[in-house]
Ligand binder design. Structure first.
Ligand code: ZN
Length: 157
């Protein structure tokens, strides 16, 4: 199947139709459970059963598409939060490797996918086969997710 850029690309790039800018920054939403936040960054442990520990770090300042658009203090704040969360994920899940994917090809607002990679893994030794979430992925067991989120929040506290 041929993939395409989102039809409202110009509106998304400009921030006029940016779902990440519209976020209410809740502790829990349809995507997952927030495990860490600063004034301008959220980290959300994902509910969809894509990979254990899969977490999205989202820039919550003004609308920014590319990381190079951040001012130096903003960049410091964004990447420091990203590294803090990645380290907590590595500590908790003990993966073989952490992956950091700053893509933005379906939602062009700065965010980074943090993916622990395991022995049992969909693509050992290769990039994670990450697709845009369709919102009908099966969820992680909610008890497991809540327990992971609580442990990660404690580590990040
Ligand atoms: Zn935005």
């Amino acid at each position: 199947m041929k993939s395409e850029w989102p039809g409202n690309w110009a509106e998304q790039i400009s921030g006029r139709a940016c779902e990440m800018c519209r976020s209410e920054r809740l502790d829990e939403d349809t995507y997952g459970i927030r495990i860490f936040s600063t004034a301008d960054v959220d980290a959300v442990l994902q509910r969809a059963a894509i990979q254990r520990g899969y977490t999205l770090v989202i820039w919550r300042g003004r609308h920014v598409v590319e990381p190079f658009e951040l001012t130096e203090p903003e960049a410091q704040s964004y990447w420091k939060a990203t590294l803090t969360v990645a380290k907590a994920l590595a500590t908790f899940y003990r993966p073989l490797k952490m992956n950091y994917e700053t893509l933005g090809n379906s939602v062009p607002h700065l965010h980074t996918h943090l993916l622990p990679r395991f022995v049992e893994d969909p693509a050992p030794g290769r990039p994670f086969p990450l697709l845009p979430q369709s919102r009908d992925e099966p969820p992680i067991d909610p008890v497991q997710l809540a327990s992971d989120a609580a442990a990660l929040r404690a580590l990040l506290g």
